[in-house]
Design a protein around this ligand. Structure first.
Ligand SMILES: Nc1ncnc2c1ncn2[C@@H]1O[C@H](COP(=O)(O)OP(=O)(O)OP(=O)(O)O)[C@@H](O)[C@H]1O
Ligand SMILES: [Mg+2]
Length: 295
């Protein structure tokens, strides 16, 4: 029995999120039907799928905001599905979420937004320390210190995303959920946000569940990508392996014109990293004329 417990604990540590046979319905619309997904510790898992395939609903199910019609979801080994979200305390403060669209409180400053989860989970921290933690998270998300006192309406789209990220990082989470973090950003802003996510993942050892439509993001920072289609996760693999699969949506997505442009951009980046080599420098000249991110 003891041995079994150890095996279970090891599995839990290795796979912080396990979704089995998930079913979600709205009226007579079935969004998920027997969806399975396992997220590995320390990976950046990209989640893709056509609009309306249920990516956001999947994320909401995993964080306990959407009660599924069937199946089981375990986060850090605890079942989310048979409890109300408030009962999943002890798990909830181990994740941070950046919702699609940001969802900052418009009447609160950026700093106060970041303080919301701190107040909720660590009510006894004194004000000064709480302000200090919030300021630190804001700067960690790549915003200038002045942003702490600004209201969301005073920020650009990219800054709002970073403010949302600061709030998601407030509790030093082990798991980070990001729903379309680069949507609406210009290509340079999106690339900078990707780098920030990759850096944070590495320094903080995060496991990242990243919903995105952004092919460059998938190529550049995701360790694996889960594809949602036909109400299930039809494949989870590295981008190169997914590109070899024979599925119409996957083919169209990764091998269509935008997919190819993203691949070229990534090859270009790779070569730039080896610019000291003359052959690479020449190749870059040729590739420089190829389509770039956002093209
Ligand atoms: N609260 C809800 N009530 C009723 N239907 C819902 C609700 N939430 C989502 N849906 C439906 O579930 C389906 C999946 O929605 P979801 O938001 O997960 O899509 P998505 O894959 O995130 O799409 P997008 O890429 O556009 O963000 C959609 O058809 C949507 O209309
Ligand atoms: Mg969505």
């Amino acid at each position: 029995m003891q041995e079994e417990d150890t095996v279970a604990e090891n599995a839990t540590a290795e796979y912080p999120i396990v979704v089995e046979g998930l079913v979600n319905r709205f009226g007579d619309q079935t969004v998920h039907d027997g969806l399975d997904l396992t997220v590995r510790r320390g990976e950046i898992l990209g989640v893709v799928g056509g609009s309306g395939t249920g990516k956001s609903v999947l994320m909401r199910s995993i964080i306990g905001l959407q009660a599924p019609a069937g199946g089981d979801i375990r986060v850090f080994g605890r079942s989310i599905t048979d409890r109300a979200p408030d009962e999943v305390l002890g798990v909830r403060d181990r994740w941070g979420v950046l919702f699609q669209g940001g969802a900052l409180f418009s009447t609160l400053t950026v700093g106060e937004n970041v303080e919301v989860p701190l107040k909720q989970f660590y009510g006894d921290i004194d004000d000064k320390l709480r302000h200090e933690i919030a300021r630190y998270k804001v700067m960690m998300s790549g915003l200038p210190e002045e942003a702490v006192a600004k209201f969301p309406a005073e920020l650009s789209g990219g800054m709002k995303k970073r403010a949302g990220l600061a709030r998601a990082l407030a509790l030093d989470p082990e798991l980070l959920f990001l729903d379309e973090p680069t949507a609406g950003l210009d290509p340079i802003g999106a690339a900078a946000f990707d780098r920030l996510i990759a850096e944070l993942q590495e320094t903080l050892g995060l496991t990242v569940f990243l919903i995105t439509h952004d092919l460059d993001t998938l190529h550049e920072i995701c360790d694996r990508v889960a594809v949602l289609a036909d109400k299930r996760v039809i494949a989870v693999d590295t981008v190169p392996n997914l590109m070899r699969l024979d599925h119409p949506w996957i083919n169209e997505y990764f091998n269509g014109p935008r997919g190819r442009a993203a691949l070229t951009a990534q090859a270009l980046d790779e070569l730039r990293r080896h610019m000291d080599k003359p052959v690479a420098a020449n190749a870059v000249k040729v590739l420089d004329n190829a389509p770039q991110r956002g093209a």
